[in-house]
Ligand binder design. Structure first.
Ligand code: HGY
Ligand code: MN
Ligand code: MN
Length: 407
């Protein structure tokens, strides 16, 4: 049994047009009208494939292909929301490969012991509503529903109000549910598979992630008449923090990565001394112990930068996901399936977070990677060749067939 390559390719192109940017990338933020249009398209395709569609209270969409009564499902999941000016493969590819598996099983009239269910998770990117993986976090019981509902975007709009507005505030409880296994196909978003000429990554786990947010309160004043000796410039302190965050990574070394990705300045005009600056800090490492060293260093960098400038600040370490090893049995199944496709593969660790990270907290989970051209992602240049996608999708098919068992 093999997937239908041209049908999969058409689905990627068709869904990729919803939120497409002028440069051929994708901007489809969670719970926007483009997200709604993409969801509606997926629900239509799911129903055309004969799947039973349900929606839960976080807007996660489930499309089930029946198995034997009472058997826990094999879940195949990912997301269809993107980052601003992102790519058409991050998340969307996993969802469409999952749909292709279900279409292929349907074409063959295959009867499986366990149901096979495709899941689309709400707001995986954390671009509009933080933190990332918010809906799989609620489903895994790691994030309170009320906290997720009250998450606000930069315009102060609440997540729950947007779920309601786009018609995806579903009735199903968003709580941990039993499953045979959870599988997610995803682009690597790094350079290693391509560098080694491999089509498939057998993912062994995901790094630990820590997100913090910092607000610095300076003294807003006129850029002209205010002498330098009496200034308290929030942006000067923030600039030292940004440089300090980079120095933490170079000082600790190893595989620690640190990023300040968001920086908002107020009032953000040429002739006013910034009174308030808020910024994000993202830190990741395969070892939680390294993050436990890095975070206190961040505290010190912030304290010293703000003391030097005589400004106040609030620093909140508000999201932490531990290093997550995948289930050894599921990894072995994925490895066998990769081998059976004849594609070149290797084991690999994920530097990006995924819904699989939270799903692994409540059941056996695993992932399949396909290469990213030039290792690029979260940008319009994001691309994966269809030959590699085909190998990845056939690996996913093989793993699903083995885990779902024959009826
Ligand atoms: O942040 C991440 O790693 C993912 O793209 N949400
Ligand atoms: Mn993703
Ligand atoms: Mn992403």
């Amino acid at each position: 049994m093999k997937i239908d390559r041209s049908r999969l390719e058409r689905s990627i192109q068709d869904l990729g047009r919803i939120g497409e940017t002028a440069r051929g990338g994708l901007t489809r933020l969670a719970l926007t009208d483009d997200d709604r249009r993409a969801r509606d398209t997926m629900v239509r395709w799911m129903r055309e494939a004969g799947l039973h569609v349900t929606v839960d209270r976080m807007g996660n969409i489930f499309a089930e292909r029946a198995g034997e009564p009472g058997q826990p499902p094999v879940l195949i999941g990912s997301h269809i929301d993107s980052v601003p000016t992102g790519g058409k493969y991050d998340g969307q590819l996993g969802v469409l490969c999952g749909l292709e598996i279900l279409r292929t099983l349907g074409d063959r009239g295959a009867r499986t012991r366990h149901p096979v269910t495709l899941v689309i998770f709400t707001g995986e990117e954390g671009a509009r509503f933080q933190p990332a993986m918010i809906a799989s976090g609620v489903l895994a019981g790691k994030i309170a529903l009320e906290d997720a509902y009250n998450a606000r975007d930069r315009d102060g709009i609440r997540l729950v109000d947007e779920l309601e507005r786009i018609g995806y505030l579903g009735p199903e409880p968003c709580v941990p549910r039993a499953f045979r296994a959870y599988l997610e196909l995803h682009i690597e978003q790094g350079p290693f598979l391509e560098e080694e000429g491999r089509s498939v990554g057998v993912v062994e786990g995901i790094v630990a992630i820590a997100w913090s947010r910092l607000t610095i309160h300076g003294v807003q004043d006129h850029a002209g008449p205010t002498p330098m000796r009496i200034r308290h410039d929030a942006l000067v302190a923030a600039a030292e923090v940004v440089a300090g965050v980079r120095r933490i990574a170079s000082a600790i070394g190893g595989e620690l990565v640190t990023t300040v990705g968001r920086l908002d300045v107020s009032p953000n005009i040429p002739n006013a001394i910034p009174g308030r600056v808020s910024l994000s800090i993202d830190m990741r490492d395969p070892s939680d112990a390294t993050l436990d060293v890095a975070l206190p260093r961040l505290d010190r960098v912030v304290r010293e930068a703000c003391e030097r400038e005589g400004v106040r600040y609030e620093l909140e370490h508000y999201w932490r996901v531990p290093y997550t090893p995948f289930d050894r049995q599921v990894v072995a199944v994925v490895e066998r399936a990769a081998q059976a496709t004849g594609a070149s593969w290797r084991r690999i660790l994920s530097g990006a977070g995924h819904d699989a990270q939270y799903m692994a907290a409540i059941g056996p989970a695993g992932m399949i990677f396909v290469p990213s051209r030039d290792g690029r992602s979260h940008c319009e240049e994001e691309f994966t060749a269809i030959d590699d996608i085909e190998h990845g999708a056939n690996t996913l098919l093989g793993a699903v067939v083995e885990l779902a068992g024959r009826a």
